[in-house]
Write a protein that binds this ligand. Structure first.
Ligand code: XLS
Ligand code: NI
Ligand code: NI
Length: 440
């Protein structure tokens, strides 16, 4: 095993809530059975290759601060191999079951499309080899169709057909590689699928092209027999001002318009939810209501900053409500919790990378355990059910089961002389109940 910056760190173990060892899990007891299966199977944590192995800490005001040996060593393919060696060492240390990547994270670009795709396959073979002796599996693969200047006006929505073609070729090969590595999902985040000014944008054409592109992705999935899920990751803005996949509800409308609502689900990200003016739990509950919850990108924004800061999560309230709605939606299935989160640029040591994941993993695990407890306890669900209880009568049901018309309801209401009385929404009582469940 090649020596990497993570090699000196022993694998993390579970030590329980009373431990103050910063290199141990306090809540994530992977094999603990909750609601019928082990915690690790509910949460399916993944490490994001781009933030944890490829990100170098640069920001618009300053250069790289996170300088790893693999960013400098040898030719681009040698660098990619060294990065992969370090990646699998990090997976060993964190002992999490999955990872995720973009093509550009694992393999260098070549001079031509052919060379770029060749590099991707070379590196996929290298990862396949490493996966034989490692525990980590692939949660999802994706294509980076936003960093290179050719994508400045979008990928499938680009006014230039050659960019559409380049994107199609890239996604085809990324799907092949995802299947080769046994991935559970294939993700499409519309990096620059949107616009900065309506003055240069034919929105109808761009949406139709994006819809056609996604249809071809779904067709190709069936053609190659990929049994993973196809997921769209909503985001309202950044990098473009108006991203087409604004939020979960917008994506659902898009899927319906192009007839893909039974083929594609969503990968929801916490920081994207807040950028859209929603909470993470709102987005998850929306996906649950539409039956399209696919997977989660775990992170958080900063309440004082209006962009995608992709920080590791540390807020128990929103994560617990999120996990509650995950459970109510039937769980994550083939999806998981991917840490689409990066350490701050002052956190440049390998140990910082471990602390970041320990905090995020423990927060999610604790939130999930509390959510499961709230459900098993039943009092909250009982209060919720009570609020809607009057809908259980046959007369009430008849108004919404398709058997009555608007005028029939009107006639009945007028004849009965109904006079609805206000009822408390009990917000503060419910909040107190949650505060007790979450914080004790
Ligand atoms: C960017 C996105 C990206 C996707 C994968 O904001 O979150 O990281 O998860 O392309
Ligand atoms: Ni993401
Ligand atoms: Ni993001």
């Amino acid at each position: 095993m090649a020596d990497t910056v993570f090699s000196h760190i022993p694998a993390l173990t579970f030590e329980g809530p009373s431990s103050d060892n910063p290199f141990a899990y306090r809540f994530y007891e992977a094999d603990r059975v909750v609601m019928g299966k082990p915690l690790k199977e509910h949460l399916r944590f993944a490490v994001a290759y781009w933030h944890s192995l490829a990100m170098n800490g640069s920001d618009p005001f300053g250069g790289p601060t996170i300088l790893r040996p693999w960013m400098a060593a040898g030719d681009p393919l040698a660098q990619a191999r060294a990065k992969a060696d370090a990646a699998f060492e990090l997976f060993r240390v964190l002992d999490l079951p999955f990872f995720c990547f973009h093509d550009a994270d694992i393999a260098p670009a070549g001079e031509t499309l052919k060379e770029t795709l060749g590099n991707l396959h070379t590196m996929a073979d290298y990862l396949a080899e490493k996966m034989q002796s490692a525990k980590a599996k692939l949660l999802w693969g994706t294509a980076n169709l936003f960093s290179h200047p050719r994508f400045m006006a979008g990928a499938s929505t680009n006014p230039e057909p050659e960019v559409f073609a380049w994107s199609a070729a890239t996604v085809k090969h990324c799907m092949d590689v995802t299947k080769q590595l046994g991935g559970s999902n294939y993700v499409l985040w519309g990096g620059r699928e949107g616009y900065d000014t309506i003055l240069n944008t034919d929105m109808k054409q761009e949406l139709d092209h994006m819809g056609r592109f996604l249809t071809m992705v779904v067709d190709y999935k069936h053609k190659i027999g990929f049994d993973g899920q196809i997921l769209i990751e909503p985001k309202p803005k950044e990098p473009t001002v108006h991203q087409y996949d604004f939020d979960c509800a917008t994506v659902y409308g898009f899927l319906q318009r192009y007839g893909l609502q039974n083929e594609v689900r969503v990968n929801l990200e916490a920081n994207h939810a807040t950028l859209a003016g929603h909470t993470f739990e709102h987005e998850i509950a929306t996906a649950g209501a539409f039956g399209i919850l696919g997977s989660l990108d775990i992170n958080r924004g900063d309440a004082l900053l209006g962009w995608d800061t992709d920080q590791f999560p540390n807020e128990l309230w929103t994560m617990t409500l999120s996990m509650y709605h995950v459970i109510k939606a039937g769980g994550l299935g083939k999806g998981g919790c991917n840490f689409d989160a990066k350490v701050r640029r002052q956190s440049f040591t390998p140990e910082d990378m471990v602390h970041a994941h320990v905090g995020g993993v423990d927060l999610c695990a604790r939130a999930f355990l509390t959510a499961a407890k709230i459900i098993e306890d039943g009092r909250y669900d009982a209060l919720l059910a009570e609020r809607y209880a009057n809908w259980q009568t046959p007369q009430a049901k008849a108004m919404v089961d398709g058997s009555m018309t608007l005028d029939a309801i009107a006639a009945k209401a007028e004849a009965a002389g109904i006079n609805p009385q206000p009822r408390s929404g009990r917000q503060e009582q419910l909040e107190n109940m949650m505060v007790r469940a979450i914080y004790g």
